[in-house]
Write a protein that binds this ligand. Structure first.
Ligand SMILES: NC(=O)C1=CN([C@@H]2O[C@H](COP(=O)(O)OP(=O)(O)OC[C@H]3O[C@@H](n4cnc5c(N)ncnc54)[C@H](O)[C@@H]3O)[C@@H](O)[C@H]2O)C=CC1
Ligand SMILES: NCC(=O)COP(=O)(O)O
Length: 339
């Protein structure tokens, strides 16, 4: 019976995130406060976790693993670690470019472990994109990192709270490049991937998706931009002929009101800062970031590295708890789906 329970329990990999940020803090506090119904494996330098636990005045039982399969069901206060060595010891609140390879290595191992079925899902506390880019690598986000590692043709960033789901057509793109990236091709691929994962990962039989326009007032009949008339409206028409339930394009400033949100499953924004401020205003600290379109499950927090709070004990771990629970639920659903 115990063995059966152990086998049924998903293995969730949790990366440490930026070691100078709040990633280690929220891992330590979340895993101390709550028992999660899964086997949790933290990919991190064990010294980082024990130093940060000391700084925070936390007593935790850190177990260093040789193999992810050796992990037991998570218990409050116990942290199972698959060791990844940092280049230099980390100081809470002080970024060090020397640890960028460590951060990338934790992500690489997490992705590889999911692809080879050692893990059932990945949860990623925040990384500092700037410090990773300072090493000369191009790193725009976990979303794009795992897309490249999994060789996925299309991924979709979606953030979700109990109240709403917001997905994005474009992710980490300078604003000046957004309009050119809104094409029939990109919209079709994003909406098809979103529709499929809302069905398969969230069990929504016929997802109703609200689609934002790009321009103010969705272009005001072409007087404030032509992307709606030239690209978005005809593309949505094409997708509707495939049976997709799409509303819009609606002006983004009216789409995000209860009149529309209460009767839909997801809002699709054209770019990062069109959709995410609304979601964060409504549920910062309780939202989960989910990458759709991957062959693996990846969830994350709704916030960044909060360098100013690292080691202070003031970091809110609510979003990490939600991200871990979502990863567990999705992993259990995926196992049922594959049977
Ligand atoms: N999933 C990821 O890896 C993400 C990484 N980032 C990265 O984080 C870095 C810093 O980004 P910022 O825009 O400064 O955003 P941030 O989220 O790190 O900080 C914004 C503000 O929110 C506060 N805050 C953030 N998380 C908090 C928490 N858990 N509890 C209490 N307060 C919290 C911070 O103290 C700060 O005042 C950037 O390099 C960015 O790329 C940002 C978002 C997601
Ligand atoms: N604002 C959310 C965000 O930028 C998260 O990016 P990613 O690292 O999950 O790709």
């Amino acid at each position: 019976m115990v063995d059966q329970q152990r086998c049924a329990s998903p293995i969730i990999a949790i990366t440490s995130g930026e070691p100078a940020g709040i990633g280690p803090d929220i891992i330590l506090t979340a895993l101390s406060e709550q028992a999660f119904p899964a086997r949790l494996v933290v990919l991190a330098d064990p010294q980082l976790l024990s130093d940060r636990a000391n700084t925070l005045g936390l007593t935790v039982n850190i177990i260093v693993l040789r193999d992810a399969q050796d992990t037991e069901q998570h218990q409050k206060g116990t942290i199972s670690v698959l060791p990844v060595a940092m280049q230099v010891s980390a100081k809470a609140g002080t970024l060090d470019v020397k640890n960028a390879p460590y951060v990338l290595e934790t992500l690489r191992q997490a992705g590889e472990g999911c692809l080879n079925a050692s893990f059932d899902a990945i949860v990623t506390p925040p990384v500092h994109k700037g410090i990773l880019c300072d090493t000369g690598v191009h790193f725009s986000g976990h979303t794009e990192f795992f897309q490249a590692q999994c060789q996925s043709p299309q991924v979709v960033m979606m953030l979700a709270t109990e109240a709403m789901k917001v997905a994005l057509v474009t992710t980490h793109l300078p604003l000046k490049d957004v309009a050119d990236a809104i094409t029939e091709h990109s919209i079709c691929r994003v909406i098809r991937a979103l529709h499929k994962d809302l069905q398969e990962r969230f069990g929504i039989t016929q997802p109703k998706i609200l689609v934002c326009g790009l321009n103010p007032h969705a272009g005001e009949d072409g007087h404030l931009g032509r992307e709606e008339i030239d690209v978005i409206i005809p593309t949505l028409e094409t997708l509707r002929t495939e049976g997709l339930d799409l509303i819009g394009p609606l002006p983004a400033d009216t789409l995000f009101t209860p009149k529309y949100l209460d009767h839909a499953d997801c809002a699709l924004a054209m770019y990062h800062d069109q959709g995410l401020p609304v979601l964060k205003y409504s549920g910062f600290g309780n939202a989960v970031n989910i990458t759709l379109g991957l062959p693996i499950i990846r969830t994350s927090v709704d916030h960044g590295t909060a360098i100013d709070l690292a080691g202070t004990g003031q970091a809110n771990n609510g979003s990490l708890k939600v991200a871990i629970q979502h990863a567990i639920n999705m992993a259990i659903n995926a196992k049922k789906f594959s049977k």
